[in-house]
Design a protein around this ligand. Sequence first.
Ligand SMILES: [Cu+2]
Length: 130
Amino acid sequence: MTRSIPAGSKALSTKPMLAALLLGLAVAPRPAAAHAILMESAPAINGSAQGPEVAFDLRFNSRVDHKRSRLTLTLPDQSQQVLAIDAASPEDKLDAKATLQPGTYTLRWQVLAIDGHITRGDVPFTVGGN
Ligand SMILES: [Cu+2]
């Protein structure tokens, strides 16, 4: 079975279909579980850690891309320091270490999950003395 389509009308009819297809892809629901959500952290949000050697341990609900995720620490003087993510971190974790003086800090995590979505959040915490 063949249908003849006048030249020109094919291009006209393809455009709306393509637009609908692109729109459909953009709004298509994604698996909710795929977004990286922080499940647990050390230090805890608004928690405290003992210095000067502080171990960071962030656990997410899904696998995260260690190479394309980032941990940035805001120091008490508001300067920022990017932490090296431990390459041996488990698939759903970001581990790092830092030597910190007593004070108030914020750890910002930015994570690329396996579905390609980036999420971020803050973990404010304090470092005690001794
Ligand atoms: Cu996602």
